[in-house]
Design a protein around this ligand. Structure first.
Ligand code: FES
Length: 110
């Protein structure tokens, strides 16, 4: 079976049986459960996220986001290379680097 760009997604994503629903600045998406948020971003924009300036290693801070778990829940700042996606997670703030890498998703402007 051929895969886009000649890459094998096998080792990239942790094994998943289902997708979970998350939102990114108000727009809803489904991403593989049990993966980190940056991997979820890559799942949604596989052609751009690998070229972002991300260290994937909790050092560069370019992947910083704010998220909460739904209406009225407390916002948290997190690194998306460390944060595991959960059903219902709402990414409420993204920075320039992430927005640029997710440009194909047509996210609402702040
Ligand atoms: S990708 Fe560098 S800190 Fe997350």
């Amino acid at each position: 079976m051929s895969t886009p760009h000649g890459t094998n997604p096998g080792p990239l994503y942790k094994p998943f049986e289902k997708l979970v629903k998350i939102s990114i600045v108000g727009k809803e998406f489904e991403v593989p459960e049990g993966n980190i948020m940056l991997r979820a971003f890559q799942y949604l924009a596989p052609e751009n996220v690998p070229y972002g300036r991300f260290c994937w290693n909790e050092e560069c801070q370019y992947c910083r986001i704010t998220y909460d778990m739904g209406e009225g829940s407390a916002p948290h700042v997190a690194l998306s290379c460390k944060l595991t996606v959960k059903d219902g997670m709402r990414v409420t703030e993204i920075n320039q680097e992430i927005r640029y890498c997710l440009r194909t998703l047509d996210l609402p402007r702040p």
